[in-house]
Write a protein that binds this ligand. Structure first.
Ligand code: ATP
Length: 294
């Protein structure tokens, strides 16, 4: 299958900091790929490299057949970008923001009206087209950001933390919108630090830590490979949890601490007071990145 995005051995340094450190990443056409990692892992830098806002120090980036940064103009014409920070023009209405975008993306004059209608429809903002952006809710603004990225009917969409800071119900509305795009065959690269978001939306996930990919696969593959498919969750006072941690380590079993419990990962955990549960992507994330979930 052709690749919508191909990243090979990419390095990006900022002085002494290596933000992206030998990253390999592929987004096959028509797939939704998640870039999952803790704060500072290099997700946003990767996104900026793909839009040629930053230039890689080493490695190769190809977006829909165009090499970056040399052919960034061609790649931008077929790519929609949804930034993490809302940069909508708050003095304009929903429709006016989309009209401006249609000019920037050089949508042909004869196609403009239909392109804007389509974007408004997909983002379900039809009844808000004459509303000024500063009167929209947070969720509507985020939907408008996505609509704006769709006016030129891109084949690929980059979503940088699309639901960060939104409440769960609004997040689910956005998931439905992203899922719709995916079902229409748009290729999607989405960065997120919400595990559930990656699990629900993405065909494949790359887990990033300290600038490089530490694991790649479908959520089910990652869970089977890195967390042994199941876990034994034990609740108890801190002293009991420490005891289990020590015992498990001596048997070569991996554990994961949460506030009030400890999970022994894999099928061989042994504790009479434990409860078996399926392992999940959060277990994998914590194991591989060393980060706890907030
Ligand atoms: P977050 O979820 O917090 O946005 P991230 O995974 O997107 O995290 P990046 O923003 O890509 O991570 O940052 C990766 C590393 O590079 C961090 O250590 C960050 O401080 C550093 N970094 C990013 N941009 C710059 C810059 N313009 N100048 C200096 N350092 C930078």
């Amino acid at each position: 299958m052709a690749a919508a995005i191909s990243i090979r051995g990419v390095v990006k340094r900022y002085g002494d900091i290596t933000a992206v450190d030998g990253l390999d990443l592929e987004v096959p056409e028509g797939r939704c790929i998640g870039l999952l990692g803790p704060n500072g892992a290099g997700k946003s830098t990767t996104m900026r490299l793909l839009t040629a806002q930053s230039i890689a120090d080493e490695g190769e980036l190809v977006v829909l057949g165009s090499r970056l940064p040399e052919e960034s103009k061609a790649s931008r014409a077929v790519m929609g970008v949804v930034p993490q920070l809302d940069n909508l023009d708050t003095t304009l209405t929903v429709e006016q923001n989309l009209i401006v975008a249609s000019f920037l993306y050089r949508v042909a004059r004869t196609d403009r009206k239909e392109a804007i209608e389509r974007a408004v429809r997909v983002a379900r903002l039809g009844d808000r087209r004459d509303t000024k952006v500063d009167e929209l809710s947070g969720g509507m603004r985020r939907r408008l950001l996505i609509a704006r990225a769709l006016v030129h009917q891109p084949r690929l969409i980059l979503l940088d933390e699309p639901t960060v800071g939104l409440d769960p119900q609004v997040r689910q509305e956005l998931w439905a919108l992203i899922d719709l795009l995916r079902s229409e065959g748009v290729s999607i690269l989405m960065s997120t630090h919400y595990i559930e978001e990656a699990e629900r939306l993405c065909d494949r996930v790359t887990i990033m830590s300290h600038g490089s990919a530490v694991a790649e696969g479908t959520p089910a593959e990652l869970i089977a490979e890195h967390a042994g498919g199941e876990a034994l969750e034990v609740y108890g006072p801190p002293a009991r949890l420490e005891e289990i941690e020590r015992e498990s380590a001596s048997k070569g079993l991996r554990t994961r601490r949460t506030g009030t419990s400890i999970a022994i990962l894999g099928p061989n955990g042994d504790a009479p007071d434990g409860e078996r549960r399926p392992a999940n992507l959060e277990d994998v994330f914590v194991l591989l990145t060393g980060e706890e979930i907030a």
